[in-house]
Design a protein around this ligand. Structure first.
Ligand code: BGC
Length: 339
């Protein structure tokens, strides 16, 4: 009898334990783990997970089909909330409808769904950074570098008072790629800078594509080139690799640092502030970047997740939740002189 009781107790404990872990695991679906920015973003979220619940990350491998399969299976386990970085932001429509059916709140991150999809249900949120602002700050870095728009400084290599640019664009249709490209150009022009776009090349946020694009473009446009504007750091890093290989950067004294006064260089500006980019700024290869603050976004995501799990009012967290939907985290400029 006594033994039976113990067995029963063990079964109950195992059952409760099972339920607890099941309901306490928050899935985090990243669009592609091979994206260095998202890798850092994911780690920033995981590092901040409080003891009360756990977060399990999934790599959607840049496939909305794979991500949808994950979501379908995970929803069956009734997680308390899901954090989703959609592969295709238009895929959010279906995701919201499925989650709503089983009453699982969704926090979208980084790839902004259409407004109408976010408003399909009141338990859907978006945490991101305002793309326009990143381009404004990127244009400020460029303006500060080139100086007076009527009399550009030494970085106007051919002295024609026009900035000759190669622009590396992120993935077509991504809100950040479209807005950053348009706004950085508009900002420079409205501030009186004359810019000649030698070419805009889509390099899909990737270092490898940034490198390949530049290896093709430099033999054609290299002599005119005065500035590389990149929609993100990963592509900027690819551009720098090509510029190094074709000797547009030359570390003449081999001190591991490009001296902008005395050594050949071409300004490259990125966005994100990933670790490798910050190192390249320190060594003078990347001129500047705009921090796409995934640490603060991770904090906001954790606070929102915790509030949802605890059934607290989501408006009481320390980040402003606009219209019960949006949390916007601001960008920051980062260049060597300021740090
Ligand atoms: C980042 C890119 C990243 C993309 C992924 C953007 O906000 O700047 O580096 O590849 O998000 O969705």
């Amino acid at each position: 009898m006594r033994r039976n009781n113990i067995v029963l107790l063990l079964i109950i404990i195992a059952f409760l334990g099972g339920c607890k872990s099941k309901n306490n695991v928050v899935p985090l679906l990243i669009y592609n783990d091979a994206d260095p920015y998202m890798e850092e973003f994911r780690d920033n979220i995981l590092e901040r997970t409080p003891d009360e619940y756990s977060i399990e990350a999934y790599d959607s491998q840049n496939s909305q089909i794979i991500q949808n399969e994950f979501i379908e299976n995970l929803l069956k386990e009734e997680p308390p909330v899901m954090i989703i970085n959609p592969v295709d932001r238009l895929g959010a429509y279906t995701i919201v409808l499925k989650a709503k059916e089983v009453n699982v709140p969704v926090i979208f991150i980084n790839r902004e769904p259409l407004e109408e999809d976010l408003y399909l249900w009141d338990q859907v949120y978006y945490v991101g950074a305002p793309a326009e602002r990143s381009a404004e700050l990127q244009s400020e870095i460029i303006m500060e570098l080139f100086g007076d728009s009527n009399a550009l400084g030494v970085n106007d290599l051919n002295g024609d008072n026009i900035i000759q640019v190669i622009l590396l664009k992120g993935e077509q249709g991504h809100q950040d790629a479209e807005t950053r490209t348009e706004v950085v150009m508009n900002e420079l022009e409205t501030n009186g800078y004359e810019v000649e776009i030698l070419v805009i090349e889509i390099a899909n946020w990737k270092t490898s594509e940034g490198y390949e694009a530049m290896m093709e473009l430099l033999p054609i446009y290299g002599e005119q080139l005065e500035l590389v504007i990149s929609n993100n750091d990963a592509m900027a890093i690819g551009a720098i690799q090509a510029l190094m290989e074709l000797e547009y950067f030359q570390d003449l004294d081999n001190d591991g640092f490009i001296d902008h006064e005395t050594e050949p260089w071409i300004p490259v500006v990125g966005i994100d502030g990933i670790t490798e980019a910050l190192e390249l700024i320190t060594s003078g290869y990347l001129y500047g970047t705009v921090i796409n603050d995934s640490e603060s976004m991770a904090e906001a995501i954790i606070e929102l997740t915790t509030a949802i799990i605890n059934g607290d009012d989501v408006n009481t967290i320390s980040y402003i939740l606009i219209d019960n939907k949006y949390i916007w985290v601001d960008y920051k400029k980062y260049v060597l002189d300021e740090n």
